[in-house]
Design a protein around this ligand. Structure first.
Ligand SMILES: Nc1ncnc2c1ncn2[C@@H]1O[C@H](COP(=O)(O)OP(=O)(O)OP(=O)(O)O)[C@@H](O)[C@H]1O
Length: 294
C-alpha cells in the first residue's frame, strides 16, 4: 500500500469516527465506587471524557488513577456505579457484548508491558491475532511495520526484542501495540515516566499529532507537568476519593482546593508553565492551545 493510500485510509477512518453518534462522550462514569476490603479508593466518582480530547488524569500517589483506568477497561470490577464506553455499559454487560467495544480502545500500561520474548512486530500483532485470527501473516507483518513506523521508530525496530530498545523506544513500541487495532480511544498510564526531558517532549508531540491525525480520544494518567501544559486539553483531578475538578489548568486554578493550588502553583508547575509559554513564544509549541491556556 502506498503512503498516500495509507494517509487517505487514516483520514477516512478519522472522519468516520467523528461522525458516530455515541462519540460525543466516549467515556461516561457515574457514581463509581471502588474498594479493597474496607479501604475505599473511589466514592461515587463521576467523569465524562469528551470526544477528541486528551484528558490528563492527575492526583497524589495512591489516589486511584490506575484503578480508575482499570475500571474503565474492565479489569477492575467496581462495588457500584456505572461506566459507559461508546454508549455500552461495560460493568453489567456480558463479555461477548463488550467485545465490539474492546477492539475500539488501545492501552499502554505503566512501564510499557511488552512481552520480552516477542519482537516489537510480534508484540504489535498480539491484539491483531486476538481480535482478527483470520488475518494472514503477510498482512500482520505489514500492519506491524506500519504501526512501528507510525510511532516514530525506525523500520528495523520491528524485528528487535524489547531488551534491545532504549526506554523511549520501548514506550513507542508499547504505543505501536496500543494502536494495533486502529483504536478510537487510547488509555495511557504514565507514558513519559522514566524518559529524559527531551525524549518525554518528543513523545508528547507524537501523542498530540497522532491524536489529531487519527481522531483519537485519550485518557492519560500522568505526573508529568510538562505533558499537562503541552498537550492536555483538560485535566481531571482525583483527590478525597473523588474527581474533584475537571477543566483547563487556568480553570482549575480558579478553584480553591488546597491540593490543586499546591500542585499547580508549586515551583515545578510554575517552571513547566514558564517553559510552555516560552515554547509558544518561540513558535515551537503545537499549533492548538492546550490545557495550559485559558
Ligand atoms: N489489587 C489491589 N488490591 C488492593 N489494593 C489495591 C489494589 N490495586 C490498587 N490498590 C490500592 O488502591 C489505591 C489506589 O491505587 P492506584 O494504583 O490506582 O493509585 P495511583 O493513583 O495510580 O498511584 P500512583 O500515582 O502511585 O501510580 C492504592 O492505595 C493501592 O494500594
Amino acid at each position: 500500500m502506498s503512503e498516500d493510500d495509507l494517509r487517505d485510509q487514516v483520514q477516512d477512518l478519522a472522519e468516520d469516527q467523528r461522525s458516530r453518534p455515541d462519540n460525543d462522550y466516549p467515556i461516561r462514569i457515574r457514581g463509581l465506587t471502588n474498594a479493597f476490603g474496607d479501604f475505599v479508593v473511589h466514592d461515587e466518582v463521576d467523569l465524562d471524557v469528551r470526544h477528541g480530547e486528551i484528558l490528563g488524569v492527575v492526583g497524589g500517589s495512591g489516589t486511584g488513577k490506575s484503578v480508575l483506568m482499570r475500571s474503565v477497561i474492565g479489569l477492575q470490577i467496581p462495588q457500584s456505579g456505572n461506566i459507559e464506553v461508546f454508549g455500552q455499559d461495560i460493568i453489567e454487560a456480558e463479555p461477548d457484548e463488550v467485545i465490539g467495544v474492546r477492539d475500539r480502545w488501545g492501552v499502554l500500561f505503566q512501564g510499557g508491558a511488552l512481552f520480552s520474548t516477542l519482537t516489537v512486530a510480534e508484540n504489535v500483532q498480539v491484539p491483531l491475532k486476538q481480535f482478527y485470527p483470520e488475518l494472514s501473516q503477510e498482512l500482520l507483518d505489514e500492519i506491524a511495520r506500519y504501526k512501528t513506523v507510525l510511532t516514530g521508530l525506525p523500520e528495523d525496530a520491528a524485528s528487535k526484542f524489547p531488551s534491545e530498545l532504549s526506554g523511549g523506544m520501548k514506550k513507542r513500541a508499547g504505543l505501536a501495540r496500543a494502536l494495533a487495532l486502529d483504536p478510537e480511544l487510547l488509555f495511557l498510564d504514565e507514558p513519559t515516566a522514566g524518559l529524559d526531558p527531551i525524549g518525554a517532549a518528543k513523545f508528547d508531540a507524537l501523542l498530540r499529532e497522532l491524536t489529531d491525525t487519527l481522531g483519537l480520544t485519550v485518557f492519560l494518567i500522568t505526573h508529568d507537568l510538562d505533558t499537562l501544559y503541552a498537550i492536555c486539553d483538560r485535566v481531571a483531578v482525583l483527590a478525597d476519593k473523588k474527581v474533584i475538578a475537571v477543566g483547563t489548568i487556568p480553570e482549575l486554578l480558579e478553584t480553591d482546593h488546597q491540593w490543586i493550588q499546591e500542585y499547580f502553583n508549586g515551583p515545578r508547575s510554575r517552571a513547566a508553565a514558564a517553559s510552555y509559554e516560552r515554547s509558544q513564544d518561540d513558535g515551537k509549541a503545537l499549533d492548538k492551545p492546550r490545557g495550559g491556556k485559558a
